[in-house]
Design a protein around this ligand. Structure first.
Ligand SMILES: Cc1ncc(COP(=O)(O)O)c(C=O)c1O
Length: 442
């Protein structure tokens, strides 16, 4: 039976948890920063057509430099591995290898890409690695470290390496949450002593480190708390097992500084608002969950590592950022094909380019580069896929919108391009700016 009072209480609590609105000055400044680069985007579209992915290599290289220096200010020995899954365009991986980063891969396909990009420092992570994937790692053992996921994988890797008469460097992933879905990753911390003992029986797998990963962190609490638990476990380890550990990989999960921008539907009270009467819905209200600057992530994580890990082990700290590095690096350009009403346009590109119904919950401004302006107007901006969920936004920034106008959907670098779908319409081409050369590797 429905408990009406409990439901009403839960609804009231959801409404209380609504994040603050996105500050309009911050949003205006964000849109303005793209309007200032309008000519570059229009030129790219003129030369390469539409729809188009645009990669800004300079922004990528700046992010890589900022990330590394933030952590090096706090810790003596840090290595940064870019998480390829967050955006697997080869130009991004290649540029980061050129800037001295390693690559974090989670499959044979990603490993192949990393090898082709010339990386000589690659992690192979992820659950359920196949025999072929382990063999590829062993074959390229001078460039690859395998982050093992289970006791079974330790046995399989030992077997593959022994068959090839090879030695392979490895680490083991630790699960950060032993309940629910995250249990699928790694081994529980309580199994670490047994795992290290088991690895000592292997003559071909050289266990050298530990890895963990927490996700979607708006602040460093998850990472700091797990470092605390790991520190306690290390203090209990036999010294001869502790001395094996040369690196601790703290994973990725660093949120970009602009925070998370949400449509009403993406907020805690989103499901409630969907059934609310029209008068209480304002489609152009956007929300912002704040995030912590990277320097603060680095400061708190550095402090935790020095206090919790360094008294037991002197090790290198590895990181695997994805989103923080690539979020602001790729943008999407579209052209208005059909203006069906004052408040409804269809563009030439569909959201198969990003692979999920992102803009129903996440907010990004759709910027009309052809009629620039700092006002947002309500309008359904939709793609041309034959599905109603093919939505880019509920409004556009500019002075009107007409057929042939070029629209920019900015900062679509993370978990979009690598989730793109071969669905109904062809996928956009990708170009790298400022060179504005078409990338043939796509
Ligand atoms: C093992 C591992 N490392 C790193 C990352 C990158 O995370 P993020 O893009 O949030 O930094 C992921 C993402 O899922 C991951 O699974």
């Amino acid at each position: 039976m429905l408990d009406r009072d409990a439901l009403l209480k839960a609804a009231a609590e959801l409404l209380q948890r609504q994040p603050p609105l996105l500050d309009s000055r911050e949003l205006n400044a964000f849109v303005q920063s793209f309007l200032e680069r309008r000519d570059r985007f229009l030129r790219a579209c003129g030369e390469h057509g539409s729809p188009l992915y645009v990669i800004d290599e300079q922004v990528l290289l700046d992010r890589a430099r900022q990330f590394r220096s933030a952590f090096l200010r706090e810790l003596p020995d840090v290595r940064v591995y870019y998480a390829v899954k967050s955006n697997n365009h080869p130009a991004i991986a290649r540029a980061l290898v050129g800037a001295g980063l390693g690559l974090d891969t989670s499959s044979g396909r990603e490993l192949e890409l990393a090898l082709k990009c010339g990386s000589d420092d690659i992690l192979l992570s992820g659950p359920g690695k196949t025999q072929d994937e382990l063999s590829m790692a062993v074959l390229n053992r001078d460039r690859v470290t395998v982050l093992m996921d289970s006791f079974g994988e330790l046995a399989r890797l030992e077997q593959v390496a022994a068959k090839g008469g090879a030695h392979i460097r490895a680490g083991v992933r630790l699960t950060t949450d032993e309940r629910g879905l995250w249990r699928k990753f790694g081994i529980p911390l309580s199994d670490l002593p047994e795992f290290l003992e088991a690895s000592q029986q292997c003559t071909h797998v050289l266990l050298r480190g530990l890895q963990f990963h927490t996700s979607w962190n708006l602040e460093p609490g998850n990472q700091v708390r797990f470092i605390g638990r790991l520190g306690a476990a290390l203090r209990e380890l036999k010294p001869e097992l502790r001395s094996i550990i040369e690196f601790v990989d703290i994973g990725g999960g660093f949120w970009p500084p602009q925070g998370e921008w949400l449509q009403a539907a993406g907020t805690p009270a989103g499901p409630l608002l969907q059934v609310a009467p029209p008068a209480s819905k304002t489609s152009l209200q956007h929300y912002r969950l704040p995030s912590t600057p990277l320097t603060e992530f680095a400061r708190q994580i550095g402090q935790a590592v020095r206090a919790e890990l360094f008294p037991s082990i002197r090790c290198r700290i590895c990181t695997e950022p994805g989103r923080w590095l690539c979020n602001d690096v790729m943008h999407i350009l579209l052209t208005v094909v059909d203006r069906k009403a004052d408040d409804l346009v269809i563009t030439d590109g569909g959201t198969n380019a990003i692979g999920w119904e992102r803009f129903e919950s996440d907010y990004f401004p759709v910027i009309n580069l052809s009629r620039p302006g700092l006002t947002e107007h309500p309008c359904y901006v939709m793609g041309s896929l034959c599905t109603p969920h093919d939505l880019w936004g509920y409004g556009y920034w500019g002075q009107g919108i007409e057929e042939g106008d070029i629209l920019l959907v900015p900062t679509q670098g993370a978990y979009t391009y690598s989730l793109r779908q071969d669905f109904i319409k062809p996928l956009p081409k990708a170009v790298v700016v400022p060179n504005i050369e078409e990338d043939p590797s796509f």
